[in-house]
Design a protein around this ligand. Structure first.
Ligand code: F6R
Length: 622
C-alpha cells in the first residue's frame, strides 16, 4: 500500500524523506515522489515511476532539493495506472508534463486511502474551473481543499475540515500550503498515520519504521482529526476546529529490528526471529505458571458467559484463526466460527449477543478486518483484537487487545506475526478452558510447560533448514503443488500453500485430505508434488491413506510429521521431521519447514522474496 513521510525541522528534508520512504518499501509501491520547500520559496516537486532508487538518482539522493520542510510518498495504484503523472505529490493548480517542477499552486499534497465519491467531487470541481491532470482520487481531494481554502477564510484548518466532511472513504492526507511556509497539515480517517517529535523536528509517517531512526516519541492522530505540524510541535484539531490535547507515546521497538541484520532477506530474518517473538508473546501473559489476562482486560465472568466465538481475519491471520478454532473447541468446548473479514462484513451475520468477536491482524489496519470489527461493535457484541502494531486502528477500536510481540514485520509474507498469533490463540483457549472448568490447574500447568518449549523446538527446526533448501531447489520447476492434511494439519496446509504461491508464484492449493477425492484428485499427474502434514496421531493413518491415493496417481510425496513416525518413509518420497509437542501446538512447528519451503523456492526462482509482485504488506483498502 502507499507510504507517506513528511518532515519539518532544521536539517534538509529530502534525504530524510527518501530514507523514510525506503523503510516503507516493503508495503509495496509502483511510483514515488517528493515535494520540498525552502522557506518562503515555492515547493519543488519531483516524481518517478518504479523503484525508489530512481527517485534517489534523479535527486542526487535528495541533495539536489534544498529545503527543510517536505512531504514524500510511495504510491500503490488504485485509481489510475502506475505512472509518473499519477504519482504523488499532486497539486491544486495547473501543472505541466508529468507534474514535476516548481509549484505555483496553493496546495500540494500526498494521500493514502481511497476517496469513494471522487467522481462526484471531480464533476463539481470541473464546474468550478479546475483542470485534472491525473486519473487519481488524490488530485480531486487536493483540489477540493484548495476550493474550500479559496471559498472561505484562506485558513488551512477550515479548508481541511470542510473537505473532510465532504469526502467519503479513507485517507491519510499530508499537505503544504503556499501561503503557510514552515507548516505541514495532516488529516486522517481510517488510514494509518503517526507523528513523531524530536528536538525542534517533526516527522509524519504512515508507518512506524519510516521514522523510528529519528524519533520514538509519537502522537497517534485519531479518526477525523487534523494537525498542524511545525518545527518540533504538533497541534491537533477536531472537525469543529477545537484544539485537542494529546499525550506522546513512546515506541519500544528499536531501529535495528526494522533492519535486515545480516540476513539476505527480511523474510529469513523474521523466520529466525520466531523463537524470540513466540517466547516474548508467551512471557507477556504467562507468569509463575499462570495465565494473566489482566493486561487484556478479559474478566472471568465475561469468559464464563461467552456463548460463541467468531474469529474474523484475512489471509494468514485468518489461517491462524482456523488453528485456534480447533484448539479452542477441543480445550474450552466453546463453539467457534472462523470467517474471512471480507465476507463477514457483507453477509449480514447473525451474531449471538453473548458471543465474542476475535479479530486477528498483524498490521491492525486491514480495511476488511477493521470493518468487521466495527460491524461487531455496532451490533453490541464484545470484541477482542489480536494485534501486532501498537496504536493501530484495530488496536484502538477493539474493546480488548491481546498484543502479539512479534516486533516490526517488514517482509510482505508474514512469518513471525503468524507464529505469535497462534500463541495468542492457544493462550486464550487454555485460559478459557480453565475458567470454564474444562481443564484443571494441573492440565493447565502441563500445557504451559509444553508451550514454553515451543521456541527452542522452532530453533531446532531452523538448525536443519538446509534440508528444506536442498528440497526446494529440486522443485524449482514445479507447476502445481498440493498441500493436504486433516484438522490442525489442514489449517497449517492453508498457510504453507499461501506462503508458496505468494512469494514463489507457483500455483498451489491446500486441501483437507479427505476432500481431495471429491474432485481435486483429478489434477494429480505424474510428478505432481503433494505435501502432506501429519502431526495429529488420531488422523495419521487416514492421511497416509490419502497420500497413497495420490501416489498411485503419480504424485511425488513429501511427508511432514513428528519424530517417531518413521513408517512415513514407506509412503513418502521425501520426509521432514519436527519435534514432538502437545498436538494442540503442532502448527507452531509444522509451519516452519513450510515457510522455509516457500522462501527457498522463491530464492531458487530468482524472485524478490520480500516484495512479491502485486502484493502489499498492509491492505488498507478493500
Ligand atoms: C500473507 C500475509 C497476508 C496477511 C493479511 C492480513 O503472508 O501476510 O495474508 O496475513 O493481509 O494482514 P493483517 O494481519 O495485517 O491484517
Amino acid at each position: 500500500m502507499c507510504g507517506i513521510v513528511g518532515f519539518i525541522g532544521k536539517k534538509q528534508a529530502a534525504p530524510v524523506l527518501l530514507d523514510g520512504l525506503a523503510k516503507l518499501e516493503y508495503r509495496g509501491y509502483d511510483s514515488a515522489g517528493l515535494a520540498i520547500r525552502n522557506g518562503n520559496e515555492l515547493a519543488e516537486v519531483v516524481k518517478s515511476q518504479g523503484r525508489l532508487k530512481i527517485l534517489a538518482e534523479k535527486t542526487d539522493n535528495g541533495n539536489a532539493l534544498v529545503g527543510t520542510c517536505g512531504i514524500g510518498h510511495t504510491r500503490w495504484a488504485t485509481h489510475g495506472e502506475p505512472s509518473r503523472t499519477n504519482a504523488h505529490p499532486h497539486v491544486s493548480g495547473n501543472c505541466t508534463g508529468t507534474g514535476s517542477g516548481q509549484v505555483e499552486s496553493e496546495v500540494v499534497g500526498v494521500h493514502n486511502g481511497i476517496i469513494e465519491n471522487f467522481t462526484e467531487l471531480r464533476e463539481k470541481l470541473l464546474k468550478h474551473g479546475y483542470t485534472f491532470y491525473s486519473q487519481t482520487d488524490t488530485e480531486v481531494v487536493i483540489k477540493l481543499v484548495d476550493y474550500y481554502y479559496k471559498k472561505y477564510t484562506h485558513d488551512p484548518q477550515e479548508a481541511i475540515a470542510k473537505t473532510m466532511v465532504r469526502v467519503r472513504g479513507s485517507y491519510a492526507l499530508c499537505l503544504m500550503f503556499k501561503s503557510y511556509p514552515g507548516e505541514i497539515w495532516v488529516a486522517r480517517k481510517d488510514s494509518p498515520m503517526i507523528i513523531g517529535i524530536a528536538d525542534g523536528e517533526t516527522y509524519v509517517a504512515s508507518d512506524v519504521p519510516a521514522i523510528l531512526k529519528y524519533s520514538r516519541n509519537v502522537y497517534y492522530i485519531g479518526n477525523l482529526e487534523m494537525a498542524k505540524l511545525t518545527e518540533g510541535t504538533a497541534t491537533f484539531y477536531n472537525l469543529d476546529g477545537d484544539q485537542i490535547e494529546k499525550e506522546l507515546t513512546e515506541i519500544k521497538w528499536n531501529a535495528e529490528s526494522a533492519e535486515k541484520g545480516g540476513y539476505e532477506h527480511f523474510m529469513m530474518k523474521e523466520i529466525h526471529e520466531q523463537p524470540r517473538a513466540v517466547a516474548d508473546t508467551i512471557h507477556s501473559v504467562i507468569k509463575d505458571n499462570k495465565i494473566d489476562l489482566s493486561s487484556i482486560g478479559l474478566e472471568e465472568e465475561q469468559i464464563k458467559n461467552i456463548s460463541q466465538i467468531y474469529i474474523v481475519a484475512c489471509g494468514s491471520a485468518y489461517h491462524t484463526g482456523v488453528v485456534t478454532q480447533y484448539v479452542m473447541e477441543d480445550l474450552a468446548k466453546i463453539p467457534v466460527r472462523v470467517e474471512l473479514a471480507s465476507e463477514f462484513r457483507y453477509r449480514k451475520p447473525l451474531l449471538d449477543k453473548n458471543g465474542l468477536v476475535i479479530v486477528v491482524s498483524q498490521s491492525g489496519e486491514t480495511a476488511d478486518t477493521l470493518a468487521a470489527l466495527r460491524l461487531a461493535k455496532d451490533k453490541g457484541i464484545k470484541t477482542l483484537a489480536i494485534v501486532n502494531v501498537v496504536g493501530s486502528s484495530i488496536a484502538r477500536e477493539a474493546d480488548n487487545v491481546f498484543y502479539t510481540l512479534a516486533g516490526p514485520e517488514i517482509a510482505v509474507a508474514t512469518t513471525k506475526a503468524y507464529s505469535t498469533q497462534l500463541i495468542a490463540g492457544y493462550i486464550l483457549a487454555m485460559q478459557f478452558a480453565l475458567v470454564r472448568n474444562e481443564i484443571d490447574e494441573d492440565k493447565l500447568a502441563q500445557l504451559i510447560t509444553e508451550l514454553r518449549t515451543i521456541p527452542q523446538k522452532i530453533e531446532k527446526i531452523l538448525e536443519d533448514k538446509e534440508r528444506m533448501q536442498w528440497f526446494a531447489a529440486k522443485q524449482v520447476n514445479a507447476q502445481d503443488v498440493f498441500f493436504i492434511g486433516r484438522g490442525i494439519d489442514y489449517a497449517v496446509c492453508l498457510e504453507g500453500s499461501l506462503k508458496m504461491k505468494e512469494i514463489s508464484y507457483v500455483h498451489s492449493e491446500a486441501y483437507a485430505a479427505g476432500e481431495l477425492k471429491h474432485g481435486t484428485i483429478s489434477l494429480i499427474e505424474d510428478g505432481t508434488l503433494v505435501i502432506s502434514v501429519l502431526t495429529q496421531s488420531s488422523l495419521y493413518e487416514k492421511t497416509v491413506s490419502n497420500m497413497v491415493e495420490c501416489k498411485s496417481r503419480g504424485a511425488y510425496l513429501m511427508g511432514l510429521t513428528t519424530y517417531g513416525h518413521y513408517g512415513i518413509e514407506d509412503t513418502a518420497d521425501f520426509t521432514v521431521y519436527i519435534p514432538k509437542t502437545d498436538e494442540h501446538f503442532a502448527a507452531s512447528l509444522s509451519v516452519v519447514p513450510l515457510q522455509l519451503m516457500g522462501y527457498y523456492l522463491s530464492v531458487s526462482r530468482g524472485l524478490d522474496v520480500d516484495k512479491p509482485r502485486n502484493l502489499a504488506k498492509s491492505v488498507t483498502v478493500e
